[in-house]
Ligand binder design. Structure first.
Ligand code: HMG
Length: 391
């Protein structure tokens, strides 16, 4: 019985800032951001996009009408919820026209939510091999203007179609996980900006990676050499570098190829920034879209981390997959964004913090198919700009 990722889609908003501009505006040495953090650019999410519209934009080009009829579950991982009660998946279901005979719900555990959803999807397809599940990881990472976390902001969505036709990655259900109640990063209900104990969060991340990775090797009698690549949750590229360094020396010749693949896996993250639940999966996309040295049958390790904290290590086998379409689609989304000045970004960021019973978003700069029009009498209104329909 095969189960895994049949299709994958990505979206980020049509704006970005350059990290050299941000460093200059914050009186920092640009190399702190470019080298110390490893970030080159950062997506800026306008008020016309939220996790629902971003997920719909990520999914729209990958799902066929047949897929929409076969989907039994829409699992939406996010920590940027749009309502304290109603799940983002309900809106997504109608925007995408997915069958009403589906379970639709949201999962929250910081950046880990999409992985919880993925594991649930794998279990479900194992029992119901003729059905499909979509798993979403969509978020907007906000720490506040002029904070030390600002350089690690970003946002976007990854959508995966899980089925018994794993055309991209096949999973075998093997994973190791570890959780503990810690205060490394959290977001109180009254604010859209995260609170973080930054250096402590790095330590917890490394600790959870080492625990779950070493447990995985021991439990399944493997060594690091059994992996062609290791991918990570990437809050910022240097975090992944630190994690990989903890198990693979950069100067060790036997680790050369794992480091080569790692650098392919952070190409997109270094231009988009943190997208919380979607970050590990954007890194996986970056690896399989950009690497020309991986081949079918290669084992790819995946470390998922959600502050608070939950870690999980698992692995998948790369399938015989033509990556050219995926690479073209993702490159286009990232390359076609418009660059903002820091003052334009600051204005957009502040607008994104505003919420009221009635709002109307400026849609003029956003030609994405799905947008958030605003709120009317406390109800969110989305728009399909291609079909001219409001939801
Ligand atoms: P900071 O304290 O401003 O930075 O914030 P720093 O002083 O630690 O410097 C960063 C690095 O730049 C250091 O390198 C410096 O040496 C270097 P390191 O020692 O780490 O290797 N540096 C320079 N390099 C070259 N040229 C220079 C230069 N100057 C300094 N001139 C911090 C950094 C990451 C703490 C901050 O941005 C932050 O709090 N970010 C948010 C938290 C975060 O991303 N944590 C990651 C682990 S937790 C996680 O992944 C979960 C999360 O995604 C949320 C969720 O689960 O929902 C965040």
């Amino acid at each position: 019985m095969s189960v895994g990722i049949e299709k994958v889609g990505f979206y980020t908003a049509p704006y970005y800032i350059d990290m050299v501009d941000l460093a200059k505006a914050r009186q920092q040495d640009p190399n702190k951001f470019l080298v110390g953090i490893g970030q080159k650019q950062q997506s800026v999410i306008p008020p016309s996009q939220d996790v629902v519209s971003m997920a719909a934009n990520a999914a729209t080009n990958i799902l066929s009408d047949e897929d929409k009829q076969l989907i039994d579950m829409i699992i939406f991982g996010t920590e940027t919820g749009i309502d304290n009660s109603k799940a983002a998946s309900m809106y997504l279901q109608s925007l995408l026209g997915i069958s009403d005979n589906a379970r639709a719900f949201e999962i929250k555990q910081a950046c880990y939510g999409a992985t919880a959803g993925l594991q649930m999807a794998i279990d479900y397809i194992t029992l119901h091999p003729d059905r499909k599940v979509i798993v979403v990881g969509a978020d907007i990472a906000r720490y506040g203007l002029n904070t030390s976390g600002e350089v690690t902001q970003g946002g976007g969505a990854v959508v995966m179609l899980i089925s018994n036709q794993p055309k991209i990655i096949q999973f075998d259900g093997r994973s190791t996980f570890y959780s503990k109640n810690v205060m490394d990063f959290w977001r109180p209900g009254y604010t859209k900006e995260a609170k973080v104990d930054g250096h402590y969060s790095n330590d917890v991340y490394i600790d959870f990676f080492n625990r779950t990775f070493k447990q995985f090797l021991q439990k399944f009698d493997l060594t690091i050499n059994d992996f062609s690549a290791l991918t990570f949750h990437v809050p910022y590229p240097k975090m992944g570098i630190k994690a990989l360094r903890s198990v693979a020396g950069e100067d060790d010749p036997s680790m050369e190829s794992i480091w080569h693949e790692f650098h392919e896996s952070i190409i997109y993250n270094s231009r988009v920034g943190n997208l919380y639940t979607g970050s590990l999966y954007l890194s996986l996309i970056s690896l399989i879209a950009n690497s020309d040295t991986l081949s079918a049958g290669d084992r790819i390790g995946m470390f998922s981390y959600g502050s608070g904290a939950q870690g999980e290590f698992f692995a998948g086998i790369l399938q015989d997959f033509d990556n050219s379409k995926l690479k073209h689609a993702v490159d286009q989304i990232i390359n076609n964004r418009n660059q903002l000045t820091i003052s334009e970004y600051e204005a957009m960021y502040k607008q994104g913090l505003i919420d009221a019973a009635n709002t109307a978003n400026d849609l003029s700069g956003d030609s994405s198919r799905f947008v958030l029009k605003g709120r009317s009498d406390d109800k969110l209104i989305y728009r399909d700009q291609e079909m001219n329909i409001d939801f």
